[in-house]
Design a protein around this ligand. Structure first.
Ligand code: 13P
Ligand code: SF4
Length: 331
């Protein structure tokens, strides 16, 4: 999954038209980003939803679990995280001594804020020690701190299955929570009313319309989609799971029900295969706000550093929930 950034591919070419001039500008900026990263001994990590121009300059591109896990293993003391705020916070919590730079600190995940402390308190009150609060990483530090373990879409089923408690409060995503509940019927999974507004907006009708137009296509869906949409899918998984499935499958056409940013890696890894996205614009405006220029600026100025007090009780508790995820996912 790691990406060798090819410096050779970054050489500027003479511009003979407006398009070529624009491309040349991007190429020069990309070369500057790579120079700055080397000068600063920084490593650039990008999520699959980041704009293509940002993914091309990254040392590593992956899903949210891969990026969090990798950040702990890398030797560099400066990590540029081309992703949304919760991703940068998770990396900083796991690596308090490292500098974590977010190119666009205002890029946030709306779902991260969709759980209330009262919901957690009420479930704890009701089920006591037989309750585990399981927190999707798309969440605030406070929500993680109030939880027993974090999960991502690539490990949620495995981790929930392994928990000793009989009851699980899954926060904040009701769609991923419901998907987990179906896969782990032996647990009583309580749902919270949060969701990703982008995935939740995909409709069954548009999936069926796409299927009618491309009857040979496999439907690959992220579990943040609604249960009705997931019922239409041939494969359900995280962004990296979707990419791996498209690569391994013999099918040549795919209907992809996750943010369009994955298209860059899908085309890179599956040359010749065709990918169709629903007309509901499956874009993440927050991810789209991370530009190459902002990556360059944070490397130049050190702006966008994630600041948190690593010894504060909330940070320590949130880190425990993330560490437990790494431990349970690795078993
Ligand atoms: P992944 O964990 O699959 O990368 O997804 C993150 C995300 O934000 C999905 O919307
Ligand atoms: Fe959050 Fe949805 Fe964007 Fe993922 S796609 S970062 S869940 S808003």
């Amino acid at each position: 999954m790691s990406q060798q950034t090819e410096q050779a591919a970054l050489c500027a070419t003479p511009a003979s038209s407006a398009t070529e001039a624009a491309e040349s500008g991007v190429t020069e900026l990309a070369a500057r980003v790579r120079r700055l990263a080397v000068e600063r001994d920084a490593v650039i990590l990008a999520h699959y939803y980041a704009p293509a121009e940002v993914q091309t300059v990254a040392d590593y591109v992956g899903d949210s679990f891969y990026l969090a896990k990798l950040a702990v293993e890398l030797p560099q003391q400066t990590i540029v995280l081309a992703g949304v705020a919760f991703m940068g916070e998770s990396v900083k919590l796991l690596n308090p001594a490292k500098t974590v730079l977010l190119p666009e600190p205002a890029a946030d995940c709306p779902m991260a804020h969709m759980v209330r402390a009262e919901t957690i308190a009420a479930a704890r009150e009701r089920w006591g020690s037989d309750l585990a609060v399981v927190c999707y990483v798309n969440s605030t530090i406070a929500a993680k701190a109030a939880s027993d373990v974090c999960v991502t879409s690539s490990n949620a089923v495995k981790i929930v299955r392994e928990l000793p408690e009989g009851h699980v409060l899954f926060i904040p995503d009701r769609n991923l929570g419901r998907y987990v509940a179906e896969q782990v019927p032996e647990k009583d999974v309580l749902l919270n009313d949060g969701c990703c507004p982008r995935h939740d907006a995909v409709s069954v009708v548009e999936v069926q319309t796409l299927r009618a137009a491309h009857p040979e296509a496999e439907v690959l869906a992220h579990p943040e989609c609604t249960p009705e949409v997931l019922a239409e899918a041939d494969y359900i998984g995280s962004t990296s799971g979707i990419i791996a499935r498209a690569e391994a499958s013999e099918a040549q056409e795919f209907i992809v029900l996750t943010v369009r940013g994955v298209g860059y890696e899908l085309h890179r890894r599956c040359p010749g295969k065709r990918f169709f996205f629903p007309p509901t614009p499956l874009t993440c405006a927050d991810m789209d706000s991370i530009t190459l220029g902002k990556v360059a600026r944070c490397l130049e100025t050190g702006e966008g550093a994630v600041e948190l007090d690593a010894s504060a009780p909330a940070s320590l508790a949130a880190k425990r929930a993330l560490d437990r995820m790494l431990e349970l996912a690795g078993r």
